[in-house]
Design a protein around this ligand. Structure first.
Ligand code: NAD
Ligand code: TDX
Length: 338
């Protein structure tokens, strides 16, 4: 029997890579993609799969109780995968309300419908940022206490706690994945890697926050999505699985690497005012998902970052359409220039 799958936020960066990956190889899933198409949602990302008979797109908001209940009634989902979120830390610092609404209230609406109609598994796509910040050493494990620092990460932590409580109280089969920083095609150019690639291509300054020594742990988006698929199907209800590829990099190292790949000068780098409350270091211990579910990363950073840069070179029209629109206003507010 085909599985009925509700994917939320499937027009965003990770969700669209997930759908492109999963629908290419699985005819045993009937997928409904519920996405509000905020500034970050783009149906162009899904051109390859939009005609598939086992794929349906619904434009709508996960906080809309009526719509969500209607979809559950109509499709009787077996699986729910919740990618939908407001995802950018800097935007959450400029205004937190929509982060609370989508990330916490929206997740609650999906959990309530899942409880009411019954489902086989609910996969909450979370982030390592819920653990807060690390010092020079150590790794986040699933036992690390939640200590989110930004409005974005607190809203994600709130959603995680809500999801966990639905498992504890109602026995809803919830699984949570907490992944580190993703990179790859279709990432919105407000995030570090695409922003730096595009600015460098346009010979624009590359704005590095603070001293540039903050550390992020990078994973190719397909490796994250393979973990999501595996945790959905084989993850134990009530459990959390950290996902990461053990590829820590200082921001300045990433920026210099991008310039090197593109053959652009380091003089484009500009150190700018630090992000308020900027987490210093993230690093993930993913040994649990490796030993319990048999997942391991399959993309080498050195190769995948070059492929990612090449994707942005080949898909100029994709990002040019984005940066000419709404995004331009945000750029002016965040960086004080065009
Ligand atoms: P994104 O911002 O690129 O995409 C978010 C998608 O959700 C968009 O298509 C948007 O239209 C949709 N959306 C937003 N609000 C909605 C609402 N109220 N109702 C329905 N749809 C709505 O984000 P992303 O980087 O693809 O992240 C996806 C998920 O993965 C998020 O939950 C994020 O917290 C998590 N995550 C991201 C990273 C990362 O590095 N980007 C790492 C770990 C976890
Ligand atoms: O212009 C910039 N200059 C800069 O120095 C931007 C946009 C970022 N940075 C720094 C801030 C961070 O230390 O680069 C690092 C990465 O920044 P982002 O791309 O904004 O990612 P981050 O804040 O680490 O959060 C990301 O990873 C975890 C995603 O956006 C989240 O959705 C995910 O949960």
């Amino acid at each position: 029997m085909a599985k009925k799958v509700l994917v939320t936020g499937g027009a965003g960066f990770i969700g669209s890579n997930f759908l492109n990956y999963v629908l290419r190889q699985r005819d045993d899933w009937e997928v409904v993609n519920l996405d509000k198409l905020t500034y970050a949602g783009n149906l162009e990302n899904l051109k390859e799969i939009e005609e598939k008979p086992n794929y349906t797109f619904v434009k709508g908001d996960i906080t809309n109780n009526e719509l969500v209940n209607y979809l559950f009634e109509k499709y009787r989902f077996d699986y729910v995968i919740n990618f939908a979120a407001e995802s950018h830390v800097d935007r959450s610092i400029l205004g937190s309300e929509v982060f609370f609404r989508t990330n916490v209230v929206g997740t609650n609406v999906l959990l309530e419908a899942s409880r009411r109609f019954g489902i086989e598994k609910f996969l909450q796509v979370s982030t390592d940022e819920v653990y807060g910040s690390l010092g020079e050493t150590g790794l986040f494990t699933e036992q690390t206490p939640l200590s989110p620092n930004s409005p974005y990460s607190s809203s994600k932590a709130g959603a995680d706690l809500m999801a966990k409580s639905f498992h504890h109280t109602y026995d809803l089969p919830v699984v949570i994945t907490r992944c580190s920083n993703n990179y790859g095609p279709y990432q919105f150019p407000e995030k570090l890697i695409p922003l730096m690639i595009i600015n460098a291509l346009n010979d624009k300054e590359l704005p590095v926050y603070g001293d540039g020594l903050n550390v992020r742990d990078w994973i190719y988006v397909i490796d994250h999505n393979r973990a999501v698929e595996l945790a959905l199907e084989n993850g134990k209800p009530g459990e959390v699985y950290n996902v990461g590829a053990s590829r820590e990099m200082k921001n300045i190292e990433i920026v210099k690497l991008i310039l090197k790949i593109l053959g652009k000068p380091e003089s484009l780098i500009k150190y700018v005012k630090d992000r308020p409350g900027h987490d210093r270091r993230y690093a993930i211990d993913s040994s649990k998902i490796q030993s319990e579910l048999g997942w391991k990363p399959s993309f080498e950073f050195e190769e995948a970052i070059v492929q990612t840069v090449e994707w942005y070179l080949k898909n100029k029209s994709w990002w040019e359409r984005i940066i000419s629109g709404e995004y331009q206003k945000y750029y002016e507010t965040q960086y004080g220039q065009r």
